[in-house]
Design a protein around this ligand. Structure first.
Ligand code: A3P
Length: 296
């Protein structure tokens, strides 16, 4: 990190009507012009939907279940985060990606309409993970508290208000999950749910392997299930972001691997807030045919 000793909290800037962090907005032309390669795999999520989890699963499947290979570097080095332009001297996600040999697996939080067009042109395979809005919102709130580069979250009540109106980084959860849901009818997109992964990880890992065209041995499957369980990942420095300095992520405030469950939102939401969220989300979800589970 060189002389870098602190980072600034981002401010939100609209790009195409979507709130993004100022670093993405300031580098928009670079991001939009990113050149995907046909054999790229793109992992896309709304923030805190289980990105790191699916990344570790994909890497394990790609590395034939070898945890040592997956320990070659922290997750953010193994799979560059395209829409991340940190302060100097930390390289931007797109620069890391450009210098990476193929095949690459890349990460983004962009809504479907904002991903660099080359991903569509190259017909890249995309894996999307969606998580129910309530757990997703709570996780995002605690992430804002601990990640010193995110905007100030304010109180939970204030944060939820912003979450529900899309005034958070990467915009509205509802637009994000619905936009990618529609996109999957036109492109090779595997659309997964955090709740399904929690319910039956082996079943979902199978889907990933099948989608990637990888023949999954029983032993590889078992090792992947074990290696990507919450407690394993919480203890894994190459997956738990403990390799970042505390002036970026302060895990004493809230650990990156925080709860890792379905239904943790009940500890944070009031009944009124839960009903408000249902009321806001129901019409668009019903129209799109998307359903979420809020507990298992
Ligand atoms: P919580 O804050 O609810 O615990 P992302 O990787 O998209 O930033 O998402 C982080 C969320 O996924 C956190 O949710 C984190 O605990 C959870 N998570 C990470 N790895 C997981 C795993 N192996 N199993 C279940 N949840 C996991």
């Amino acid at each position: 990190y060189g002389s870098l000793k602190s980072i600034k909290r981002a401010v939100l800037v609209e790009v195409g009507g979507v709130h993004l962090t100022n670093d993405s907005a300031e580098n928009w032309d670079t991001l939009w012009g990113f050149k995907a390669r046909p054999d790229d795999i793109l992992i896309s999520t709304y923030p805190k939907a289980g990105t790191t989890w699916i990344q570790e699963i994909v890497d394990m499947v790609q590395q034939e279940g070898d945890p040592h290979k997956c320990a070659r570097a922290p997750i953010y080095e193994r799979m560059p985060f395209l829409d991340m332009f940190p302060p100097e001297p930390i390289p931007a996600g797109v620069s890391k990606a450009e210098s990476m040999p193929s095949p690459r697996t890349l990460k983004t939080h962009l809504p479907a309409q904002l991903i660099p067009p080359s991903f569509w042109e190259q017909n890249c395979k995309i894996i999307y993970v969606a998580r129910n809005a309530k757990d997703n919102a709570v996780s995002y709130f605690h992430f804002h508290r601990m990640n010193q580069g995110m905007p100030e979250p304010g109180t939970w009540d204030q944060f939820l208000e912003n979450f529900l109106t899309g005034k958070v980084a990467w915009g509205s959860w509802l637009d994000h999950v619905c936009g990618w849901w529609e996109a999957k009818d036109r492109h090779p997109i595997l659309y997964l749910f955090y709740e399904d992964m929690k319910e039956d990880p082996a079943r979902e890992i199978h889907k990933v392997a099948q989608f990637l065209g990888i023949d999954l041995q029983e032993s590889v499957l078992n090792k992947t299930v074990q290696h990507t369980a919450f407690e394993s990942m919480k203890a894994n420095p190459m997956a738990n972001y403990s390799t970042l300095p505390s002036f970026i992520m302060d895990q004493a405030v809230s650990p990156f691997m925080r709860a890792g469950t379905v239904g943790n939102w009940k500890k944070q939401f009031t009944i009124a807030q839960s009903e408000q969220l249902d009321h806001i989300c129901a019409p668009k979800l019903q129209k799109s045919g998307l359903t979420f589970r809020y507990q298992l």
